[in-house]
Design a protein around this ligand. Structure first.
Ligand SMILES: CC(C)(COP(=O)(O)OP(=O)(O)OC[C@H]1O[C@@H](n2cnc3c(N)ncnc32)[C@H](O)[C@@H]1OP(=O)(O)O)[C@@H](O)C(=O)NCCC(=O)NCCS
Length: 305
């Protein structure tokens, strides 16, 4: 499949006739090349160069003026949220602003997302997600671009509080109720890190379940089975390693871990390849070190960042 057809699959034109014009292109300009593998880099480079498909432009505006425009755009669509709050959340150092514009001479702003990445626990927290108008397919294309960008950043989940009027929209974008319907991301991990809102629904999208092939790089050559010992990092400022036992597996990517020193309701599902997780080295890998056979000595980090 040519890159052009990949792009047109990712960002199918739906109903932008009113705003966009014939000479369309789709590009994502992400500052995240630091994360990119060489393949992703080549693909991203093509993304930026391509001018032949798709009606939208995506980028990360960096100037204060552009960000202020987005703050006003968001406030117009979320009038209940004070503009000061939107500005503070959009301009804080860890926040990122993702913009969608028409690919014509007008470059109309038609969509914006403000989010924060929790890289150490591999999820993206969306704070605001708005489109210029409803029902024109912009939200779907914006979400597809956000998912693609999150995968490029090696994040496993997108998490957000959906206002009750937007729950159905996010459900159509493969968001599920969190934590009940999401396997592989712990409630405690999320709630310790995100701002919480009332009168809204916490939802998450599992990118690994949706795009398993994009995450095949996470899979270890050693299979993990029930009964295996693992070490899992817990906490934020004072993170500590806790010894656990795998009690269940689901597909290739998810394992359920029980902590013998904790109560059974602290069991959690973790994704293989998560930065929190360390797996034991196999016996042949470990044969050089027969003297020291404690679990800590037999643990390897599955992913080297
Ligand atoms: C919610 C929002 C992002 C949806 O964007 P959009 O451009 O209308 O989305 P799309 O046109 O791609 O809609 C995709 C599908 O979701 C449905 N949908 C969109 N908004 C919906 C809503 N509020 N309630 C129920 N369904 C909705 C559409 O009907 C469409 O269904 P279909 O695929 O069966 O035709 C947009 O309306 C918006 O910005 N709202 C105001 C801000 C907001 O509430 N943001 C979310 C919380 S921060």
């Amino acid at each position: 499949m040519s890159p052009g057809s990949i792009l047109s699959k990712l960002f199918p034109s739906k109903a932008l006739d009113a705003l966009s014009t014939a000479s369309a292109s789709t590009s994502v300009e992400s500052p995240r090349s630091k994360y990119a593998s060489s393949c992703v880099f080549i693909f991203s480079f093509y993304y930026r160069q391509n001018t032949s498909a798709g009606p939208d432009l995506f980028d990360y505006p960096s100037s204060r003026v552009d960000k202020e425009e987005i703050v006003r755009f968001l406030h117009a669509r979320l009038p209940c949220v004070p503009i000061k709050v939107i500005r503070a959340n959009s301009l804080e150092p860890d926040a990122q602003v993702f913009r969608m514009r028409t690919n014509d001479e007008h470059k109309h702003l038609i969509g914006a997302v403000v989010f924060k990445d929790h890289d150490q626990v591999e999820f993206r927290e969306v704070k605001y997600f708005c489109t210029a108008y409803q029902g024109g397919g912009i939200g779907t294309r914006l979400m597809n671009a956000l998912k693609e960008d999150s995968i490029e950043a090696k994040l496993f989940h997108i998490v957000l509080y959906a206002s009750n009027t937007a729950v159905q929209f996010f459900a159509k974008q493969d968001f599920l109720n969190f934590p009940d319907q999401i396997v592989g991301l712990s409630k405690s991990v999320v709630l310790a890190r995100i701002e919480q809102y009332q009168r809204s629904t916490l939802m998450a999208c599992d990118l690994i379940d949706l795009f398993p092939k994009k995450f095949s790089f996470l899979l270890s050559p050693d299979t993990v089975q029930a009964g295996d010992k693992v070490i899992v990092s817990h906490g934020m400022r004072h993170a500590r390693d806790e010894e656990g036992v795998v009690t269940e597996t689901k597909g290739k990517f998810k394992i359920k871990v029980r902590y013998p020193r904790w109560t059974s309701d602290s069991d959690e599902w973790i994704t293989i390849g998560a930065k929190r997780l360390k797996l034991p080295v196999s016996d042949d890998q470990n044969e050089d070190d027969e003297e020291d056979n404690t679990i800590m000595s037999r643990i390897k980090k599955i992913r080297i960042i």
